[in-house]
Ligand binder design. Sequence first.
Ligand SMILES: *Cc1c(COP(=O)(O)O)cnc(C)c1O
Length: 393
Amino acid sequence: MITAVMPTYGRKDVVFERGEGSYLYAADGRRYVDFTSGIAVNALGHCHPYLVKALAEQGAKLWHTSNLFRIGNGEKLAKRLTEVSFADTMFFCNSGAEAIEGGIKLIRKYQYMNGQPKRYKLICFQAAFHGRLLNALSATGNEKYLEGFGPPAPGYLHAPLNNTNVVRDMVDDETAGILVEPIQGEGGIRATTTQFLKDLRAICDEYGLLLFYDEIHTGFGRTGKMWGYDWSGVKPDVAAIAKGMGGGFPIGAFMATEKAAVGMVPGTHGSTYGGNPLATGVANAVLDVLLAPGFIDGVRERGEYLKGELEKLCKKHPKVFVEQRGTGFLQGIRCVPPAGEMVDKLQSLGMLVPPAGENVIRIFPALVADKAILDEGVAILEKAALSFEAASK
Ligand SMILES: *Cc1c(COP(=O)(O)O)cnc(C)c1O
């Protein structure tokens, strides 16, 4: 008999009852070090007191009014985010895939407004992940996710990452833009090079295309800077954000320069829930913590420390761990045993991590995780390595 919750996930058989900082507590009382962070969503860990207070206060005041009226919290949030990014304007939605699809609409409309209505195609990348809606899925570079869902939406091409020549060859008179993750997350923590992003910027400028970053995974301090693109300094025209934005409350946005957003006039896009007072109230509280002086610098410093520890672990256990990948608190380790087996082993030892492509396990501590928690996690990784080594003898 089908489960009441549609069985689209292979879920681990554990139910959590409570979370506190970097720890999750299961119904049976067991405590886990949580380096999944809700897949990079729980930026400030579980039940951060400041967020709990903001949620309760806003919850007692006003939840939802619709976008027929001005929303003070949303206006404040948008203004703050434009001040700390390349963007001049943004549209609030409820998830990452919605942010991607909104960005795609904006890009096509930009071309249309500039007398190029035939330009609708996006150049995307192999192993990219952009979400599960039908267009976002077509932009995603993984055919397995599309199987059985009819023909892919037209206009999404996939180039190998970090190969400028292939991208350049793909541009034709129907190309509207280029969509790229500064660091691929689901794909296996695969980073773009600064030179590649500079090349994409140059291609876009040369041909009148818009550069669209998927910052859903990499935004909000995850890499040790506010945005993934801050590492390269190469600015996009459009970006999609979500995940860490609400610290666990569902909210996303697509943001753009004024020039790129030229076509997004009244009536061109909408969302019933998008940017409601409750969601944007919580997101403002997340920003209060993230933007406090020194907070993201601390993530970067502890990220360097974590990176060093993971590199040491790989050196010490080459038969289990192949290599460290990533930056800040967006880290991963490529494994020798199947990543799924490693995830299960770690769970049995009291630590939670998500798998990714290329046989990588992702290491996503909450941005508030201190050195003691990082050490606790690294010690569990080492225990797992010893256990795999013992089993292969
Ligand atoms: C998670 C993710 C998405 C999809 O976000 P949803 O909220 O699940 O729709 C898109 N792009 C990237 C890079 C992601 O990590």
